[in-house]
Design a protein around this ligand. Structure first.
Ligand SMILES: [Zn+2]
Length: 198
């Protein structure tokens, strides 16, 4: 335990996902030694992030405007929607450069034990989108873990009734139990191009 505010900083950093006590300590001491201008920039961004970030009205991705950069891009194929859990998964799929369609961010995965049912996710928005746009394929790219699989199964059931709509799922080969964002570009790209119909 350090005295006072240094320990507070370490504690706060330690609450962040993926940062253990050792990393928290390392980051804290890095910040203590950092250039004041760097700290000011970090402070500025942290202050803005709550109020400045909004979510795209179409896909639910984080966005600086009402519609995100991908939804605004007229070169993107509007007939394909790739359904992911989180905005970070959009980045993961984008990195593969294999996908030219648009996205739909659910905002999580079904997890009844934590109280996350279909109404807590942007599933209704997805169905409305498919009903209103010229969508011919929905690629389900939820995480390869229990919640992600349960979500995929649920979505398949909901999407079955749309005539002429192909519903596909990323090919296996992704590390099970993992997070989409942790798959390397090559593996994820292969899973995408080898997607299978459901
Ligand atoms: Zn969007």
């Amino acid at each position: 335990m350090y005295e006072g505010v240094v320990q507070d900083l370490i504690d706060e950093l330690g609450h962040l996902p993926g940062i253990g006590p050792k990393s928290a300590q390392r980051i804290a001491f890095h910040l203590l030694a950092a250039d004041p201008a760097d700290i000011a920039r970090l402070q500025d961004v942290l202050g803005k992030v709550r109020e400045g970030v909004q979510f795209c009205e179409i896909c639910g991705n984080v966005s600086e405007q009402q519609q995100c950069r991908i939804c605004r891009d007229v070169r993107r194929d509007t007939s394909q929607i790739c359904v992911v859990e989180e905005p970070k998964d959009v980045l993961a799929v984008e990195r593969t450069r294999e996908f030219k369609g648009r996205y739909h961010v659910l905002g999580g995965a079904l997890d009844p034990l934590s109280g996350i049912g279909p109404d807590q996710l942007r599933i209704r928005e997805l169905l409305t989108r498919i009903g209103g746009e010229e969508v011919t394929e929905v690629i389900i790219a939820t995480d390869p873990n229990t919640e992600g699989e349960a979500t995929a199964t649920y979505l398949v059931r909901m999407l079955r009734d749309f005539p002429g709509l192909a519903v596909t799922r990323l090919a296996s080969g992704l590390p099970m139990g993992g997070d989409l964002e942790f798959a390397d570009e090559l593996t994820l790209g292969r899973a995408l191009s080898g997607r299978r119909a459901l």
